[in-house]
Design a protein around this ligand. Structure first.
Ligand SMILES: C[S@@+](CC[C@H](N)C(=O)[O-])C[C@H]1O[C@@H](n2cnc3c(N)ncnc32)[C@H](O)[C@@H]1O
Length: 203
């Protein structure tokens, strides 16, 4: 890439991250109450329903696509749900920019893009680096609920969790999930993994 285009690109990324940081400082609560994050929330079907079920939990959804977030926000408004909020952001930039005082009790990742072709696996969200970034943003023993219909992605995630020093798979009651993609793909299975202090996993 020519140097001027590279610098231009870097400038855009910096501007976007500064705007994201400003939004997150404004939107994320500073209290110690329960906080739930959904990454790749799509049209918000799951999170709006969840926020209705748990009105005392702050529910935050992020996605790359603005029109899906607009649909999620409309759903929350129609249902008069006051404890949910949606923002356009990539998971990677979100985790990098979110205030270091905010820790998540639960994170949902439902039907993330599976990138089934081997040469596209590098685009999958749940990889070792992502697990490390997320661990730094969780309360101790906070859980991730991951659901997919893609058997190969599921197996790759199990391997990642087993090899990661901060995460373990746990046997817990799964949440019932009803989203655009769960309806479209069907046959999904949920994995639940829990964030550990470094000592816990080696114990
Ligand atoms: C297959 S859809 C699933 C949407 C929703 N969870 C559902 O089950 O209906 C995957 C979603 O993840 C979003 N997404 C993909 N990569 C992302 C990333 N890096 N950060 C945030 N969202 C992402 C996409 O825009 C898309 O809405």
């Amino acid at each position: 890439m020519p140097m001027n285009l590279f610098l231009d690109y870097q400038q855009k990324v910096q501007t976007r991250k500064a705007a994201l940081l400003e939004s997150l400082q404004r939107l994320l609560p500073t209290h110690d109450g329960w906080k739930t994050l959904e990454i790749g929330c799509g049209h918000g079907d799951f999170l709006v329903h969840y926020a209705q079920q748990y009105p005392d939990r702050f529910c935050f959804g992020i996605d790359l696509l603005a029109h899906r977030l607009a649909s999620a926000t409309r759903k929350a408004q129609r249902a008069e749900v006051k404890n949910s909020c949606f923002l356009q952001a990539s998971a990677e930039e979100f985790l990098e920019c979110q205030p270091s005082s905010v820790f998540w009790n639960e994170v949902f990742i439902l039907y993330p893009d599976p990138w089934p072709k081997r040469r596209h696996h590098k685009h999958r969200l749940l990889q070792s680096e992502f697990f490390t970034l997320l661990a730094a943003r969780m309360v101790p023993r906070g859980c991730v609920y991951f659901e997919t219909d893609d058997v190969a992605y599921r197996e790759a995630v199990i391997k990642n969790v087993e090899q990661h020093p901060r995460w373990i798979l746990v046997d817990r009651e799964p949440y019932v999930v009803d989203t655009v993609f769960s309806r479209r793909m069907g046959q999904g299975q949920q994995l639940i993994f829990q964030c550990q202090n470094r000592e816990d996993k080696s114990a």
